[in-house]
Every structure is written in C-alpha cells, then in structure tokens.
Design a protein around this ligand. Structure first.
Ligand SMILES: C[S@@+](CC[C@H](N)C(=O)[O-])C[C@H]1O[C@@H](n2cnc3c(N)ncnc32)[C@H](O)[C@@H]1O
Length: 265
C-alpha cells in the first residue's frame, strides 16, 4: 500500500486533475443512494473531496457530510474547495477509514466509498465499523474494482508482462485488494447488511493517445520499479498494447462493481 502521508501537494493536485472518470462513476453511485435534504453522510476515502461537495449540495444546510481520507494533501485540497464553495456542511478530516471511533453508533443515514474499498485488505473489519456508525436501515453504497472481470485492459497486460519476467514484486507495485462480486455479497451478509443491489458496469478510460495511457499506468502503478525495468517493460507494453487499440486509441475497459446495501433493522 502507498504511504500517502508523504504525498507532495503537487502529487495530490495531479491526482485531483486526473480523476474525472472516477468522479463520473461516483455521480452514478450518488444518484442511487436516495439522499435527502438533511441527511448525515460519511464519505470514506474522500480523496480531494469533489464528490463529497456534490453531496453537500444535495443534502443542503440542514445536512452534514464528513469526508475522511488518509492523504493529508488530498484533505487540504478538499478543505480549500469547501471554503471556495462556501460549503459549511462539509467537514474533511485526515484519518484511516478503519478507525471511525470519532463517530457515535447509529449516527449516519448514509455511508459511501467511491472506488476505495479495494484498498482495504481487511474488508470485514471495515464493514463492521461502517455498520456500527450507520443508523438501522441506513444505506451503504460503494463502487469497487473486482477480480472477476474480463481481462481487457492495459494494466492486465502490463502485470502479466511483469509476472512473466519475474519482476512482479508486490512491495514495489502499487497493489490493491479487490475480491469477486460474490465475496463482496458474503462479506456484507456476515457484517449485518441486507444487499439491495450488486451490479457490474463497464468503466471505460478513453485516452487521447496510447502514450498517455501507458504513462498513466507507469505513474500510478509501476513508479517504484527500477528505471531499467520500467524501460524494458514500456517497450514491450507499447507492442502488446496494439491488441487493445481501436482506431489508434487505447480504450481500457474494466468492469466496476456497484453495490447498495442497508444496515439490518
Ligand atoms: C481511487 S481514490 C478515490 C477517491 C474519491 N473517493 C473519489 O471518488 O475521487 C481512493 C482513495 O481512498 C483513500 N484510501 C485508501 N485507503 C484508505 C484508508 N485506509 N483510510 C482512508 N482513506 C483511504 C486513498 O488515499 C485515495 O484517496
């Protein structure tokens, strides 16, 4: 897992600038949460707070949204954004999503995680804690990477090249902990939720040029590999990426899981 406490302001800003596609998936999720004016909402792994501030506008001044995030740089951006939008109903705190001890039992109407839960190795602990802070009947929503999607994207090609060469070292490569959609259902049932919906939807990253797609993968996932290994993999990846190019452009298609559940009453 990355150590984001050392993330620079520039890197946090760069992250923010490249998060459009994620934001659009988040907007779909938010539409399905049934948020009302006056709701108390928690966004775990809020990043730079863009989606949380969209929620702040839906719930209005009677509502309250907390965004918790382990990167202080991203929280700084979220706070500045809230200030410039005069969103006094949005509170952003640096913290770990496993530790929600600052919140009382049965406090929130809704908890959501947009593209975050696959970063949690121990999903059961997280979900138990989320269950505790949700009101009975309260809603949990999340989008997540999963493992059982058809392999059609650049990351899969890059990872299998690394594995073939024996360079896939999980201490160097930024790995997350996705599971299958069936495992997600089981975990929710074990932690006191009733599952309302699990749905796989394609999430498409449409890059301007193949180089943009490859640069993005190296920046996000392979940045800690040695420069010589990066060069070696880059050359092969450029060749291999032709398999997923359409009209000279790489379209990364990766299924994302959308989940809506409720805390058992
Ligand atoms: C892919 S980003 C999504 C950000 C935001 N939810 C969005 O929709 O733009 C995942 C975020 O989860 C945060 N994160 C991962 N694990 C976390 C943890 N244990 N506690 C708090 N935040 C975490 C990361 O720092 C990162 O900002």
């Amino acid at each position: 897992m990355e150590n984001l406490s050392l993330e620079t302001i520039e890197a946090a800003q760069e992250y923010d600038d490249s998060s459009d596609q994620q934001y659009h998936c988040g907007l779909q999720l938010i539409r399905e949460l049934g948020l009302k004016q006056g709701s108390a909402v928690l966004d775990i792994g809020t990043g730079p707070g863009r989606l949380a501030l969209h929620v702040a506008r839906i719930i209005g001044n009677e509502g309250l949204i907390y965004g918790i995030e382990r990167s202080p740089g991203r929280i700084n951006i979220a706070k500045r954004r809230a200030e410039s939008q005069q969103a006094s109903n949005a509170v952003f705190v640096t913290g770990d999503g496993y530790d929600l001890s600052r919140f009382n039992d049965n406090f929130f109407d809704t908890v959501y995680l947009n593209s975050v839960i696959h970063w949690f190795k121990n999903k059961k602990t997280l979900l138990q804690e989320v269950n505790r802070v949700l009101k009975p009947g309260g809603t949990l929503g999340f989008t997540s990477q999963i493992t059982n999607y058809p392999k059609r994207d650049l990351r899969e090609i890059g990872d299998s090249l690394l594995k073939k060469k024996g360079y896939f070292d999980s201490t160097l490569i930024t790995v997350s902990y996705p599971v299958t959609d069936e495992e997600v259902r089981k975990l929710l049932e074990q932690t006191g939720f009733v599952v309302r919906k699990t749905e796989l939807r394609p999430s498409v990253e449409d890059y301007k040029t193949p180089e943009d797609a490859i640069n993005n993968l190296f920046k996000k996932r392979y940045k800690n590999l040695s420069p010589s290994r990066q060069d070696e993999i880059r050359t092969e990846l450029i060749k291999e990426s032709k398999k997923i190019q359409i009209d000279g452009k790489i379209k990364d298609v990766r299924d994302k899981l959308y989940v809506i559940a409720e805390k058992k009453v």
